[in-house]
Design a protein around this ligand. Structure first.
Ligand SMILES: Nc1ncnc2c1ncn2[C@@H]1O[C@H](COP(=O)(O)OP(=O)(O)OP(=O)(O)O)[C@@H](O)[C@H]1O
Length: 620
């Protein structure tokens, strides 16, 4: 019997014997033999004998039976263990708090009483009455779940300063349109309305100006007649104007800061500007720091905004005693956790001084909350409580895994469709959806501003050709009046802030049928009448998809999402859906050439006009 190594040598060298390489086992053997339990005999005896008593060693064969040269017995063939499941890998190393998340059924709700003084929601009668005026009679799942954490029945825990018993932070993952905004607006208004002096106590950070405007409107609506001052900072107005809105006292520099507002809603860039350059702008009195669209904001660095905000809210060490100024008191008020900075204290800690912490409670929200441990660490969360509003699974681990593996929950009332076609007829597919399927009150997403402009122009030329009766009108599968011209407008970063606002207003008033945009408004924007979302260009990842389609089917309303997929993109798009567990939820829509036939002529005419238009616009 030949060993495999010997067979191999024969195969390569034609039988010529080469000196055998010194193997590791040869070196180890004498040492092992020194110990009786590791001696050759005892090792061999562990192998199972064959029927005739000879030991079968499949790798060393006869050599193993002879005492010389000494060698170790064979080990079993190396076999790789089966690869761990993706789910197993995903759960490894996740934040402990996330693993203990509170899973909430999206169907959960809480009916509000508008007469009783006390209500288990924790909301005051004033707030509930205001909600009734706004047409809100019940709390949605995310609001029902979060209020006990932010408005505890123990009123002391609602105090504006909790330096010795600081509140736990809260992270929320809930589907688009599920009411996350009110989930933080309500407890903030309720808690702050007990305040006597105006200080900056709630800071809400959002990724875009449009969202700042929207959230400010929500605060103003709910907080009406509660005496709280609300401001926003986005850079839309001059810096000096914003400073005048935010700060009462410009000089001298007050250690406790000075604020004209209780609640500030802002973008991170502008927040940094005020933190650096606005005298007396301080975050030491913050009771709430809300990071909405948290995954998007944490992906953006903006001069390391998060680290700077956290540092500004955190008590700083006491200055050395000899630097503490004496003299007349300032009209000043330090937060309790910052009192050691006062000119009246020595700055020397004694045994009875307990460690004081910032009272700022961080609240994170997103429909696509990240689980990246690195990013979460950067938030310096305090004993965080996770709330996941998640349909389908009652199994806690599965629910947490869905967040970790980016299988985000979608609104139950959303219907998803995909249409596959060649790139050359993609615009025709959109015309088909609008004219045959009655797609109106729709947001159409493209991949870029340029793509938005081209599509809007092409649609306009198409409508001009249609109005001129250049093609027979086809029988539509819709009740929509297709004889009416379809109004299409662009919403892009090329427009001025005023133009964008005006366009959005017109769309809200239903004066625009199709609003074409890049991903500028794919997150957070809440327009209740959006019935359809069309992804004219496929979204590049699942997060984008979730936020785009989430512009419809909000607050329990119905909605349809259509994705136009070019043939070469189909594989990638389907794979993306499959990985996110959405493949079976998306209906494939087949459109035959015959169904498109009636619009072909108009399309050709529109394309020709578009070419002429761009030739005029950009002469060579
Ligand atoms: N309890 C409620 N009753 C009725 N309508 C509500 C309630 N809560 C919120 N809404 C409405 O639901 C809509 C969606 O809410 P909101 O914009 O807060 O969703 P969201 O979860 O933040 O979505 P996104 O993730 O897309 O930002 C809004 O028009 C809001 O006014």
């Amino acid at each position: 019997m030949k060993t495999r190594a010997e067979e191999g040598r024969e195969g390569v060298n034609g039988g010529a014997e080469r000196p055998r390489k010194r193997r590791k086992a040869d070196v180890v053997e004498p040492k092992r033999a020194e110990h009786p339990s590791l001696s050759r005999e005892s090792t061999l005896s562990q192998d199972s004998p064959s029927a005739d008593g000879a030991v079968e060693l499949d790798t060393h064969g006869p050599r193993a039976l002879t005492p010389d040269p000494p060698s170790l017995p064979s080990f079993p063939q190396v076999t790789l263990p089966p690869a761990p499941e993706r789910a197993t890998l995903a759960i490894q190393g996740i934040d402990r708090a996330l693993a203990h998340a509170q899973l909430v059924d999206p169907a959960l709700s809480f009916s509000l009483s508008h007469v009783a003084e006390d209500d288990a929601s924790g909301l005051s009668l004033k707030t509930r009455t205001r909600l009734k005026e706004l047409g809100i009679t019940e709390l949605f799942a995310v609001q029902t779940a979060i209020l006990p954490h932010l408005l505890p029945s123990d009123r002391q825990k609602r105090a504006l300063y909790l330096p010795y018993d600081p509140p736990r932070d809260v992270c929320v993952s809930a589907p688009t349109g599920s009411g996350k905004t009110l989930a933080y607006v309500l407890p903030i208004i309720e808690t702050l309305s007990t305040r006597i002096v105006t200080r900056l106590r709630a800071l809400i950070v959002l990724p875009t100006r449009d969202l700042v405007t929207q959230v400010r409107e929500a605060f103003e609506a709910v907080g009406k007649n509660r005496g709280l001052k609300i401001a926003s900072a986005t850079g839309q107005h001059s810096f000096a104007h914003e400073q005048a809105q935010l700060i009462a006292e410009k000089s001298p520099s007050l250690q406790g800061g000075s604020s004209k507002v209780d609640i500030l809603i802002c973008t991170p860039g502008r927040l940094m500007d005020h933190l650096h350059a606005t005298p007396n702008f301080t975050l030491q009195h913050l009771r709430f720091l809300v990071i909405d669209e948290a995954d998007r904001l944490l992906a953006q660095s903006f001069q390391d905004w998060l680290a700077q905000v956290l540092a500004a809210a955190r008590p700083t060490p006491a200055p050395p005693p000899h630097t503490v100024a004496s003299g007349l008191p300032y009209p000043d008020a330090l937060a309790p956790a910052f009192l050691h900075l006062s000119s009246y204290t020595s700055g020397i800690l004694t045994d009875i001084d307990e460690k004081k912490e910032t009272s700022c409670q961080k609240l994170l929200f997103s429909a696509t909350l990240m689980s990246d441990p690195g990013k979460i660490r950067a938030l310096e969360l305090r004993d965080p409580h996770y709330i996941i509003v998640q349909s389908a699974s009652a199994d806690k681990e599965a629910g947490v895994l869905d967040v970790v593996m980016e299988k985000f929950s979608m609104p139950a009332t959303l219907k998803e469709h995909m249409l596959t076609c060649s790139s050359s007829i993609k615009p025709l597919m959109l015309f088909f959806l609008v004219l045959q399927r009655g797609v109106r009150n729709a947001l159409v997403f493209t991949k870029s501003t340029e793509s938005t402009m081209r599509l809007v122009k092409l649609f306009e030329f198409f409508e001009v050709a249609r109005a001129a009766g250049l093609a027979p009108s086809a029988a539509a599968d819709t009740s929509a009046d297709i004889s009416k011209p379809v109004v299409v407008r662009a919403y892009s970063s090329d427009l001025s802030a005023a133009e964008r606002k005006a366009t959005l207003e017109k769309f809200k008033k239903r004066e625009i049928d199709l609003l074409v945009a890049s991903d500028l408004i794919s997150r957070g924007i809440d327009i209740s009448h959006v019935e359809h979302v069309v992804s004219y260009d496929v979204p590049i990842d699942m997060r984008k998809y979730v936020h785009r389609v989430g512009r419809t089917a909000r607050a329990g309303r119905d909605g349809d999402a259509w994705t136009l997929v070019e043939d070469q993109e189909a594989r990638y798009f389907k794979e993306m859906l499959r990985n996110a567990g959405r493949f079976s939820s998306v209906a494939r829509v087949r459109v035959s050439a015959k169904q498109l036939e009636s619009w072909n002529g108009l399309y050709e005419t529109a394309l020709k006009k578009l070419k002429e238009f761009y030739a005029r616009e950009r002469p060579e």
